[in-house]
Design a protein around this ligand. Structure first.
Ligand SMILES: Nc1ncnc2c1ncn2[C@@H]1O[C@H](COP(=O)(O)OP(=O)(O)OP(=O)(O)O)[C@@H](O)[C@H]1O
Length: 473
């Protein structure tokens, strides 16, 4: 058993400091007491008598996370004892939590994503964290649209994860590249870890939560320490062409938020709120017919299922990482289960609609928790369909959209389904798939349970649905 306490003289303060740890926490005591959850410890090394501890933490409560190094001279232990102390600490910080040390990473950076700061953020903040964690890096900057698709299509099975320094658009490209890989199932087993530097960073929000969703150091920590989480993805078939979608398909008002505001990219996230207000002023109905193969329509039951599942996930031991290689027979992309003429068990909604939005993962952006009861791997797609109602009711419901209060709007239909189909009733309209513009033409969507893999700090989506609002008396 390694010695649990070390005394070092801190280089910064020259004070004597005690270092100790439990299974879950590293504690540094030098007058102050600094407690660092073991999950946030990423490195420890000894150079002669100097000990260097590295962890990701906030300096002050309101600060973003950052890489912190605690350096000092060992006072009370032989080199061998210090090395054993370091090894036990690192074992608890990594293997003890089911995480491999020194991950091999493919890093794909879109220099043009969002406000074009991806490269600078990677160099200044992300790379030092990954290097401190002894990760090996194979970095590529995309040079054009479609580049990430090509990289994913031919990716070799030699990486523990792909780090996507960009927005949701690049994730969409990578998953579609996997679908055209010669071994698609094995390609989908490579975990993706987003670092939010795009305009739309819904995936980061879903994995890291509202507090950390835009924190690039928290995203880097997820790259180093995240656990594999299987997630459903969708096949969207339109005019015989099959596209993989991982996040959302939006029509009507909701699509206008995304694609009607492309030219306002400079606004950053504010562009979605602008799109929303503009859409509310126009208040155009969405000319589509929606049909779906439903599994659940009861909002209370969906909340209940989410709660039970969350409790199970929190109790779970460290999950075994999914194996990267499948047998030959299992490597083909799953065939489609639902034809475009399939009507058995399908329902058609015969109401004029203001918008239809379907997807996976609670958040689509900071301003909108559209699918609060979404589960990563239930094999279902969550669909919201808003029948035309009064402008004031819609505005009121959108007011609570960041917290998912939209869900409780009584006129909003919330459907969990295996598949759905949309037929446009007019040639004019907008369709956004994972935030990208698609032709406004008939399409069908079905789910593939647990096909893709993400790195996650929790093993579930980091979002808490708003409770049912109390009725006014
Ligand atoms: N070097 C490049 N030059 C121009 N476009 C690129 C380049 N690399 C990738 N792209 C394209 O940029 C698009 C946007 O990517 P991404 O989602 O990462 O950023 P974003 O700012 O969030 O954009 P969006 O809001 O459109 O999703 C992708 O469709 C991708 O094809």
């Amino acid at each position: 058993m390694a010695q649990r306490d070390l005394t070092i003289r801190a280089a910064a303060t020259k004070k004597l400091s005690t270092l100790s740890y439990t299974d879950t926490e590293l504690t540094i005591t030098d007058g102050r007491v600094i407690q660092v959850p073991m999950r946030q410890v990423i490195g420890a090394r000894r150079d002669a008598r100097t000990l260097n501890l590295s962890y990701i933490a906030r300096k002050k409560k309101a600060d973003p996370m950052s890489l912190t190094n605690f350096v000092g001279t060992v006072e009370d232990a032989e080199d061998d004892a210090v090395d054993a102390w370091i090894e036990t600490l690192l074992h608890m910080a990594y293997e003890g939590a089911g995480v491999k040390r020194g991950r091999r990473l493919k890093v794909i950076i879109n220099p043009h994503g969002g406000t074009k700061k991806g490269v600078a953020i990677f160099n200044k903040t992300i790379e030092p964290i990954l290097r401190t964690a002894q990760c090996s890096l194979d970095v590529i900057h995309t040079t054009r649209g479609g580049h990430a698709y090509d990289i994913a299509k031919t990716i070799k099975f030699e990486y523990d994860a792909i780090v996507v320094v960009s927005g949701d658009g690049l994730v969409h490209e990578i998953l579609n590249g996997f679908a055209h890989h010669e071994q698609p199932i094995n390609a989908f087993r490579i975990p993706l870890a987003p670092v939010p530097t795009g305009t739309g960073n819904g995936l980061s929000l879903n994995l890291l939560g509202m507090n950390d969703g835009f924190d690039v150091s928290a995203a880097a920590l997820n790259v180093v320490k995240g656990l594999s989480m299987n997630v459903d993805v969708f096949s969207l078939t339109q005019n015989g062409k099959r596209t993989i979608s991982f996040m959302s398909q939006g029509m009507g008002l909701i699509a206008d938020l995304d694609i009607g505001t492309e030219h306002l990219r400079w606004m950053g996230e504010a562009r979605f709120m602008y799109g929303l207000l503009r859409g509310m002023i126009q208040f155009k109905p969405c000319p589509v017919q929606l049909s779906y193969k439903a599994v659940e329509l009861d909002k209370d039951k969906m909340i209940d299922t989410l709660r039970k599942r969350r409790m199970k996930d929190k109790d779970k031991d460290v999950p075994a990482p999914p194996s990267l290689q499948n047998s030959e027979a299992e490597t083909a992309l799953p065939p489609l289960k639902h034809s475009s003429t399939d009507n058995d068990g399908w329902t058609t909604l015969e109401k004029p609609l203001l918008y239809v939005f379907a997807g996976k993962g609670p958040y689509v952006g900071r301003d909108l928790m559209a699918f609060p009861v979404s589960l990563p791997d239930d094999g279902l797609i969550d669909i919201i369909a808003q029948p035309v109602s009064s402008r004031s009711e819609i505005l009121l419901s959108l007011g609570g959209a960041p917290k998912g209060e939209l869900y409780w709007n009584s006129s909003l239909q919330y459907i969990k389904a295996h598949a759905y189909r949309v037929k446009p009733l007019s040639p004019k309209g907008a369709l956004a798939v994972d935030g990208e513009i698609f032709p406004f033409e008939e399409f069908q969507v079905e789910t593939h349970q647990g096909l893709a893999t993400l790195l996650s700090p929790h093993g579930y989506y980091a979002a808490e649905p708003a409770p049912r609002p109390k009725r006014k008396t």
